[in-house]
Design a binder for this molecule. Structure first.
Ligand SMILES: Cc1cc2nc3c(=O)[nH]c(=O)nc-3n(C[C@H](O)[C@H](O)[C@H](O)COP(=O)(O)OP(=O)(O)OC[C@H]3O[C@@H](n4cnc5c(N)ncnc54)[C@H](O)[C@@H]3O)c2cc1C
Ligand code: FES
Length: 258
C-alpha cells in the first residue's frame, strides 16, 4: 500500500455520546478521508502539551466526497477525556491514515465480520466496503452500540455478557449457537477474543484476519513501541517481530503469535 499519510488540522463537525462512555466524533479532515481504507487508524494529538503522545483511534467511517471522518472511541484516560469535550467548530490535529487496513480484494465469497467491545467501530467501515456475502457477529458487555448501522450490511448476531440481548456470553458462543461459518473471518477486539477466533477458524477451515491493538508511541514505524511476536523472521533484521502500527494493525492470524 502506498504511503498516503498526512498531518492535518481537522474541524469538529459534531460530537455525541452514543452510550455512556462511548463518543461518536465527526470531523472534517479531507486529506485523511480521501486516502482512508477500512482497518486503518489515525493518531489524534492532544491540545494539552503535557500529553505528547498521540492516541491511535480506528477509522469508523470516511467520506471521500464530503471529507468527513468518523471516530468512535471509549473515554478512558486523560487524552480521550480531553477529546470528549470537543464541540462543533473546534479543531484537532491528526495524522493518518496509518497502518495497512483489511484486504478488500481477498479471494473469498463470504466473510464473518466479528467484533468485540471497542474493536467494533472499524468494522462498520469494513462492512460498508466489502462486497462479498457478510455475516456480522458483535459482542458487548451489555449495552449495544452501532448495531443498527451494522445490521444494514448483513445478518447481525449479537452476544452480550449479561444476556440482555442475543446470545448470553461471547461472540464464540453466538457463532457456535448459530453454526456460523464462512470462507474467512475478519475481526477486531480484545486479545482473548482474537485467540479464540484463531482456534475457531482452524477448526472450521476458515482463514482468520485480525486487527491487533498494542500500545503505541510514534504510530509510524519509527520507535518499535508497538511490536508483537511474529511467526515469520524478518530476513534483514533477523528478528521475529512485527510493528503493529506499520506492518499491521491487520494481520493474517497465522503471521502473529497471540
Ligand atoms: C490501532 C489502534 C486502534 C484503536 N482504535 C480505537 C478506537 O477506534 N476506539 C477506541 O476507543 N480505542 C481505540 N484504540 C485504543 C486507544 O488508542 C486507547 O484507548 C487510547 O490511546 C487511550 O488513551 P487515553 O488518553 O484514554 O488513555 P491514557 O491512559 O491517558 O493513555 C496514555 C498513553 O497510553 C496509550 N494507550 C493507552 N491505552 C492504549 C491502547 N489500548 N492502545 C494503544 N495505546 C494506548 C495512549 O495512546 C497514551 O499514549 C486503538 C488502539 C490502537 C493501537
Ligand atoms: S508505535 Fe512506533 S513503531 Fe509502532
Amino acid at each position: 500500500m502506498t504511503d498516503k499519510r498526512t498531518q492535518e488540522k481537522a474541524w469538529v463537525i459534531n460530537q455525541t455520546e452514543m452510550i455512556p462512555g462511548i463518543m461518536d466524533l465527526l470531523i472534517k479532515a479531507p486529506k485523511t478521508a480521501a486516502a482512508a481504507a477500512p482497518g486503518q487508524f489515525v493518531s489524534v494529538y492532544c491540545a494539552d502539551k503535557s500529553r505528547l503522545l498521540p492516541r491511535p483511534i480506528s477509522i469508523c467511517d470516511a467520506d471521500k466526497f464530503t471529507g468527513a471522518l468518523r471516530l468512535v472511541y471509549r473515554v478512558g484516560g486523560a487524552g480521550t477525556e480531553e477529546f470528549s469535550k470537543l464541540g462543533p467548530g473546534e479543531t484537532i490535529r491528526i495524522q493518518g491514515p496509518l497502518g495497512n487496513g483489511f484486504p478488500l480484494d481477498a479471494d473469498i465469497q463470504s466473510v464473518l465480520i466479528v467484533g468485540g467491545g471497542i474493536g467494533i467501530p472499524p468494522l462498520l467501515y469494513l462492512a460498508k466496503n466489502l462486497t462479498v456475502k457478510k455475516t456480522l457477529v458483535m459482542g458487548y458487555p451489555s449495552v449495544t452500540y452501532l448495531d443498527e448501522e451494522l445490521a444494514q450490511h448483513g445478518d447481525l448476531y449479537i452476544a452480550t455478557e449479561d444476556g440482555s440481548r442475543g446470545t448470553k456470553g461471547n461472540v464464540i458462543n453466538a457463532m457456535e449457537e448459530n453454526g456460523l461459518t464462512a470462507d474467512a473471518i475478519m475481526a477486531c477486539g480484545p486479545l482473548p477474543m482474537l485467540k479464540a477466533l484463531k482456534q475457531y477458524g482452524a477448526a472450521h477451515s476458515m482463514s482468520v484476519i485480525i486487527s491487533m491493538e498494542e500500545r503505541m508511541a510514534c504510530g509510524i514505524g519509527a520507535c518499535l513501541a508497538c511490536v508483537c511476536n511474529s511467526t515469520e523472521k524478518d530476513p534483514y533484521l533477523n528478528i521475529s517481530k512485527k510493528r503493529v502500527c506499520l506492518e499491521g494493525p491487520v494481520f493474517d492470524a497465522r503471521e502473529v503469535e497471540l
